[in-house]
Design a protein around this ligand. Sequence first.
Ligand SMILES: [Zn+2]
Length: 598
Amino acid sequence: MNAENATTLLPPLCCYDPQAEPFGRYVLEMLFAEGLTGAEEQNVREAPLAADALKDRQAVIVAPCGEDTGAEQAALEALRQGTPVVFLRPSAATSAVLGLTDKQRRTANEAYIALERDHPLWFAALGDFMQFHGTADMYGEYGGPENVLAWIAGRDWALPFPAIVTGTYGAGRFAVFTYDLATSTVLFHQGRREQASTGPNPDFDGDGLFCPSDLFIGYRDRTLLDLPQADLQQQLLMCILEWASAPHAPLTRLWYYPDAAPAIVLLNGDSDGMTRPQMEWYTNMVEAHGGEYTVYLMEEHLKHLTPEMERDYRRRGHSAGPHIWHSLKPTVEEMRQRIQEEVALFAERYGYPPKTTRHHCVIWPGWVETAKALADAGFRMDTNYRAGDHQQYGYLTGSGLPMRFIDEDGEFIEIFEQETLFCDDYVLVDKSFLPPLSEEQAIAVSKEYIDAARDHYHTVVHLYFHPIYATGVQVNTGQFIRTAGWFEAVLKYATQEQLPMPSTDRWCTFNEQRRATALTGQRWDGTSGVLHLSVESDDGLPSGTLLVPARYDGLELAEVLLDGAPMELTRRSVVGVAHVLAVGGLSAGVHEVAIHYQ
Ligand SMILES: [Zn+2]
């Protein structure tokens, strides 16, 4: 390690070429989601990459770029001089320079990766096998087990072709993904465009309605629904960046949650058929356990929440939004119009536009068209993606983190998708076309998800409970559903484990503030063992938390000062590496942070 290096490092840079791969730009979203909130992007088609401009970057990630842009050449030269670089599905020429040779004429499409337990960056949460989406190039043998982090694979057997490799080139550390992690992550989150209502295979499962799960039928391996596959591969990228940038400085990130919480539990519900007492009962139950509830109201149920009650709910931390309903198979334009009508109704009654929503029957025409319509109507978080039909529960999108949408042209859509993992009626009755769980089974499996999120995945455990099922009701298949016991068990467990239960609106606001809080100007002073950085926050980030490696260059982290005052420290293993989480009151403006190692 270069202890003398006191250069101010620029934030990580994502390089992409919209002509080669419009989703390459999604790397930026992945870095922000992981708390590298100062990260920047460069369209190499418009502004060619220069090796000299990369030399002080914390890290450079090169999405697939056309060879005529010269981007990979520039990144290779910067790497040779010491800049850490991650290449996503680079050209055969670049791969050959980095030691990946013997490229096969075949490619691997829509396959799996097999994680290599012997690689030093492997961590337990990764397990052994995960899916990837899109195409991987197949190269011959590469180094030893300490160089290959994952192999291209079938469902449960590895093939002898590397999927992720690490190495050094000149003075720099690098990794190569032989598949395009950015595109794969977009497809994890957003599913198959051809199975959208606007594609050649609308209503893919033929159940008579357009909903997000149509996009994932035949695409998401149902045996891996317990695994947040997209988040884990994103965390693996962070693990690689920490290792690759280590010769220059420790890598600091903004943690996912306030107050160093290891995970959160998000509880909300839709108004379908509910009475006012049922709504009040569920809201009060959440409040009695220290949490906040969000109710999504159909037009006909707005009457249950009077403007006076709404103000009182909001004062107590709860929130409300519309439960939008047009029909089972609306066109994109019909849904857009209905969204605007319901926003107007809501705003007229409560005096402000709603921020979060879930649709009745999670109706979702188009691929990202409904996300665009919601963003245009002022929504900032959507909860419509859920593992309902044929999947019952789990990580349908491979993710429990709030992430923005991206359209087919590579334009970001300014609304977070926060996937719902458990829907009461899809778990306790057979709406999913799978056998319903008993109350005991539902409690056990939701506790398992909470445990895994707290200890390994650090995801949002998001469950919806309809108020109407509070007191019990017979559904149209004749089955009886009553959710109060399960609901209360989740509340008790989250309280016992000290996991925050914010309203969906509060959670959305925290994420907006976190995205607007940038970590910049990192400078490692090897003589004194101090990492300096600036935190610039547009709106402030209450209980904002920094994530820093606990050990660096043979030193142990001793204290973290925010504008000279010590931050509160929590120690935790994250991605299999000892880390420190530092909590402080990050008000709006610029703060100086000094991280002391000794
Ligand atoms: Zn509904």
